[in-house]
Ligand binder design. Structure first.
Ligand SMILES: [Zn+2]
Ligand SMILES: [Zn+2]
Length: 409
């Protein structure tokens, strides 16, 4: 079977997260985004563990509420500020791992995403001891990522590099970016939301589709390791330009700079503040190849723009966090079951019977790749613009690419 999984979120026990991040809210919102499996995030945190334990137990490492499956995961920050993602086979593995890092963390009891005074090698070794999977989170972002601090996987994970089976691409990169780096070719790419809120513009804005026998931890582990016929079959995510750190830009006034210009200015903006190196430029520095070379196991990558962002633009609103946007989003989801269906598969004539012409036209513009993206940088998300002639609604879309159809999950 095919499942859609968002394997990186945070609970309300991490910093700067919504207090609506509860297991119950997530279990209701996930299917509306078309998601079958969420990784819990923050599973070292006792209060979050207790909340996960209110789910039905499917097996040692798989839990369920409102037909949404959960697997145990956490993110930790190491002593070089590199973020790592971990997936655990059971609560006893979580407990054993927590015990082994407890004395090296000042905030393991208070922060869902703890800081640990250990390096990547030590963390990978302890993860291996409890048979947890570990890999870099948002690998290329300029603040807290593997390639922000290290030139290579081995520089981070040393002798344990062979144990690393995946990298999370992060919002500002996609498979084309990452497959310019030869050492990543053997890894499975994960696309996850890193969401701090259950709002549909954030949750599952990126996800990975896996081919598995069952939606369980063991089966997803096999898919990440690409064994037993299991594998990832699709990565889905924002166009990289929508990410907060796509281009090099000032962290205060968000003026964008080319790499040359930023170097010439010694990474100082004309406003006096710092220019932060963008993911695009960082990958340009470490790339093995000028153009991406995809290994044969690499699945296609589909770029999605969150539906509520498209609706906000169609309504002429500056943010998707308004009642007007929510009302229109709900209308569409109630009619078509999930956001993915509305974005990619539902018939436009039927969409036009449920919503207003401007929104139908905006969805059509998205499907026809006519939405213009103004790149993000310096910590500010990219923004989208609809084409000027977006009131014309041609009803024939032509044949769909069956390989990337998202309907059959
Ligand atoms: Zn992180
Ligand atoms: Zn500036």
């Amino acid at each position: 079977m095919l499942i859609n999984a968002d394997l990186h979120i945070h609970s309300r026990y991490s910093g700067a997260t919504s207090d609506r991040m509860t297991i119950s809210a997530l279990s209701i919102e996930a299917p509306r985004k078309g998601i079958n499996v969420l990784a819990t995030g923050d599973c070292l945190h006792t209060s979050w563990q207790n909340e996960i334990k209110t789910c039905a137990v499917i097996d040692d490492g798989t839990f369920e509420m409102n037909s949404t499956r959960f697997i145990l995961s956490t993110e930790v920050e190491d002593n070089h500020r590199v973020h790592h993602l971990l997936y655990f086979p059971s609560f006893s593995a979580v407990d054993a791992f927590k015990e082994s890092i407890k004395s090296k963390s000042r905030n393991i009891d208070t922060d869902g995403r703890p800081n640990v005074n250990m390096d990547g090698v030590e963390l990978a070794s302890l993860a291996k001891d409890v048979e947890a999977l570990i890999g870099p989170a948002h690998g290329f972002t300029p603040w807290t990522a593997l390639y922000a601090y290290h030139p290579s996987l081995e520089s981070c994970y040393g002798d344990l590099t062979g144990y690393i089976s995946f990298i999370e691409l992060g919002l500002s990169a996609d498979s084309d970016y990452a497959d310019t780096i030869q050492e990543l070719h053997r890894l499975t790419f994960l696309t996850n939301s890193d969401s701090h809120s259950p709002h549909p513009v954030r949750l599952a804005r990126e996800f990975t589709r896996f081919q598995v026998q069952e939606p369980t931890f063991d089966e997803i582990k096999k898919a990440i390791l690409r064994t037993g016929g299991n594998k990832s079959v699709l990565n889905v995510g924002l166009p990289p330009q929508e990410g907060k750190y796509n281009e090099s830009a000032c962290i205060a006034c968000f003026t964008h700079y080319s790499l040359d210009e930023a170097v010439k200015r010694r990474w100082k903006c004309s406003c006096g503040k710092r220019i932060k190196k963008g993911v695009r430029d960082r990958i340009g520095e470490i790339a093995t190849f000028k153009e991406p070379r995809h290994p044969t196991h690499r699945p296609p990558y589909v770029h999605l723009i969150p539906l509520s962002e498209i609706i906000a633009k169609a309504l002429g609103q500056h943010t998707p966090f308004t009642q007007g946007v929510t009302k229109r989003w709900d209308e569409l989801i109630n009619a078509f079951r999930s956001e993915i269906t509305v974005l990619l598969d539902a018939d436009l004539t039927r969409i036009s019977q449920v919503t207003i012409p401007a929104i139908t036209a905006a969805i059509e513009a998205f499907r026809n790749h006519k939405v213009v993206i103004i790149p993000g940088g310096g910590g500010k998300y990219g923004t989208i613009e609809l084409p000027a002639d977006d009131t014309v609604i041609p009803l024939s879309l032509g044949p769909k690419d069956s390989q990337t159809s998202l309907l059959d999950y």
